[in-house]
Design a protein around this ligand. Structure first.
Ligand code: GDG
Length: 498
């Protein structure tokens, strides 16, 4: 097989965060699970990241070009935007992606809005992604499509050029047959996925769910092979399906957390907390992350274990997300109400039970928060993987930290031996795990943290990338050529039209 040469990453959003300062639109490299995982992959490899920049028609092409140029240089790879209209975003992003696929794939079907008009918008937006890709793809490129927004893209590319085969990774869980069957477009979604050369999932459970769904709709399906990657044949579709858990850039987090600045900032944070110990929660604003459940667990802990009052606080960082979807605004209000109730009931003159920060914090500040935290509390109701728990462990170089982790996060499979696993719906169990973590002796904390750190260090994001590339194109990241990023081509329009 001829080896692919350039990496083209495609995701719904470009890794750029746009904001207005002094009346001027500016862009900065964005944060988030996918960005943190894939940025090291593209950096200095001469590739592209293709996605929507988050703007509508109100931002002119030349303005967008000016904004993305410096971000491309800072990031070390070129950013190529797909232009979407407000109608596209309503039906494709807020609609089918985040009101059907996201809740359903997180087993939360009661939150789905199966509005039939979303489907056509989803396909139309995917066709726009396909158009931009077709303009820039060369025969030997390796196209890596990410996540549930872009399931139809592989088939669309294949229909335009039969030799073009893309690989796909699903960052969120894949549901069981019973839940998947509820989606009106269930067969179409499966028919699109089988046109990728490789379909990757976070866990063996997700992969098994996918194969079970295929069996229902394609009884002639034949699967062969053992281990993480198996081969599947359905008619003319012959593709690979794998379970490859994503991870973090462990060394860079560990290095950052031990830097002089972060160590000193972490001590400042402890002083600001009046030397009280704190549990940390860090999440995008999302109902799948179980933030209200976490607050209820903490509240129950204060109720059942009064000896912990005035000794332990919860520090919750929430990053705004999907503010155009109504469910998310309701969630913010629910969180605010719960926090004010807990603080109203338990605060004393020298202690505030829950501190919360709504907004993104810089990476070094995040590392300082991780470093100083007595415990990390991850209570996802369902999570593809969850990178926060891995980042916390990477930052706990002194080993004196406890990870309390939802058994419904993909990460629970890998981290079961070192973490305290909880069912986030069980408030008593969450309360008991917090109390257990607080009273755990240092020797046991260090033993568990050693296990966690060793496993995460060994299975870092570079290994995930290598595993993905090896399964998809038979070579590792290091075998792709190093290349400085050339300046953005003069005369190129951001929608890919020359
Ligand atoms: C999806 C899946 C899967 C958060 N707040 C700040 C900040 N973050 C960064 C964290 C971490 C990331 O965002 C969140 O990680 P998650 O794993 O929870 O990711 P999701 O955004 O839900 O993403 C998830 C992931 O894809 C990867 O496959 O693990 O299951 O849902 O990296 O550090 N970063 C900074 N400031 C913040 O305030 N700098």
């Amino acid at each position: 097989m001829k080896k692919k040469e350039r990496l083209l990453v495609v995701s719904n959003r470009l890794p750029v965060s746009l904001s207005t300062e002094d009346g001027k639109l500016i862009g900065r490299p964005a944060s988030g699970g996918l960005v943190n995982a894939l940025s090291p992959v593209l950096k200095n490899k001469g590739g592209f990241w293709i996605g929507w920049a988050g703007t509508h028609e109100n931002v002119s092409l030349s303005t967008l070009r000016e904004i993305l140029g410096p971000v491309s240089e800072e990031s070390g790879y070129r950013l190529l935007p797909v232009m979407l209209t407000k109608e596209d975003v309503d039906s494709f992003y807020s609609g089918f992606s985040n009101s059907v696929l996201w809740p359903l794939f997180h087993d939360l079907q009661s939150r789905c809005d199966f509005n039939p008009s979303y489907w056509n918008g989803y396909l139309a937006a995917n066709r726009k992604f396909a158009k931009v890709l077709m303009k820039h793809t060369e025969e030997d490129d390796f196209i890596w499509v990410n996540d549930y927004h872009l399931i139809p893209l592989g088939k669309m590319l294949h229909e335009k050029k039969a030799s073009l085969k893309a690989s796909f990774f699903l960052h969120i869980p894949f549901p069981s047959v019973d839940i998947f069957m509820k989606m009106p477009q269930r067969k179409e979604i499966l028919s699109q996925l089988i046109h990728y050369a490789f379909v990757g999932f976070q866990t063996m459970r997700d992969r098994r769910n996918f194969l079970d769904c295929l069996k229902v709709f394609f009884p002639e399906m034949h699967a062969s092979g053992r281990g993480n990657v198996v081969r599947v044949r359905i008619g003319e579709c012959n593709f690979l399906v794998g379970a490859l858990p994503i991870s973090i850039d462990y060394r860079s987090f560990a290095f950052l957390a031990s830097s002089k600045e972060v160590v000193s900032r972490s001590k400042d944070i402890q002083r600001e907390m009046f030397a009280q110990k704190y549990i940390l929660g860090v999440d995008r604003l999302d109902y799948s992350k179980g933030i209200p459940e976490r607050l209820r667990g903490f509240q129950r802990c204060l109720e059942l274990y009064p000896e912990l009052r005035e000794k332990l606080s919860l520090m919750q960082v929430v990053v705004p997300s999907r503010e155009s979807v109504g469910e998310y605004l309701d969630l913010k209000q629910e969180i605010e109400l719960l926090i004010s109730r807990i603080n109203g009931e338990y605060s004393t003159m020298r202690w505030v039970p829950v501190h919360w920060r709504y907004g993104s914090v810089p990476r070094a500040e995040l590392a300082a928060l991780y470093r100083g935290a007595e415990m990390a509390l991850v209570t996802s109701l369902k999570d593809g993987m969850n990178l926060v728990c891995k980042e916390y462990c990477a930052c706990k170089g002194d080993g004196k930290g406890v990870l309390v982790l939802s058994e419904f996060a993909g990460a629970a499979i890998q981290l079961a031996k070192g973490a305290l696993l909880v069912n986030p719906y069980d408030v008593d169990a969450v309360a008991a795990a917090i109390a257990e973590g607080f009273t755990m002796d240092d020797h046991e904390k260090k033993r568990r943290m050693r296990l966690l750190r060793k496993s995460i260090a060994r299975h870092d994001v570079f290994r995930w990338v290598d595993d993905f590339l090896r399964a998809s194109v038979g070579k590792k990241l290091a075998e792709f050529p190093e290349e400085e990023i050339p300046p953005l081509w003069p005369g190129l329009r951001p929608d890919g039209e020359k």
